[in-house]
Design a protein around this ligand. Sequence first.
Ligand code: SAH
Length: 203
Amino acid sequence: MADELSFRVLFVILYVIFIIPRGYYRFVKPRREKEETGETDRASVGRIQAVLTLIILGGLISSVLYILGLPLMDWFQIPQYPFLLRFAGVLLVLITIPLIAWIHRELDRQYSAVLEIQSDHQLITTGPYERVRHPMYTVLILFFFGLSLVSANLIVIVFAVLLMVAFPFWVRIEEEKMIEVFGEEYIEYVKRTGRFFPSISRT
Ligand code: SAH
């Protein structure tokens, strides 16, 4: 598909624009020291982490294969894919870029790619965290879903949807950990916030 090339280029550009602010906070900004606290059910953490890692890996591999334009991936290009969906995908991705920068700035050094509590870890309840407990995961889900819509590739879209399905399981474990560490303060925070989106009834 000759004109798919322009969408593949767009896919890469959007991905790169997104990972610049994210990469800065993930790898450039110094973090606090990790500190082990409390007991978490390690078996369930390991299981869900393994499933999430597989989904992320699958998503990455299928994205790379799509970008390379391998004939194998051509079989999964959705025929007569509406241009509007590609356009919606681009919009979605563009919206997530300032949001991810804002979220990282607010979460600052409490951020970690894996679930860990660092020394002097503070509970953030301001900015994007004022009304939503997991804005970063919301933005990641929207980003990958948006990007998958740009690809019009069934495999890439399926992995983005799988990520959407898996995140709530991960969030349950993260919240257990937060309650272990912050106790009543986090329970109160849960009562006044939404999980992935602001909750109208809790405001
Ligand atoms: N789930 C959050 C944060 C993702 S980064 C979000 O989606 O925005 C993951 C780390 O953030 C975890 O190790 C957890 O300890 C920490 N964390 C999650 N919520 C937090 C909060 N409100 N304040 C401080 N740290 C938080």
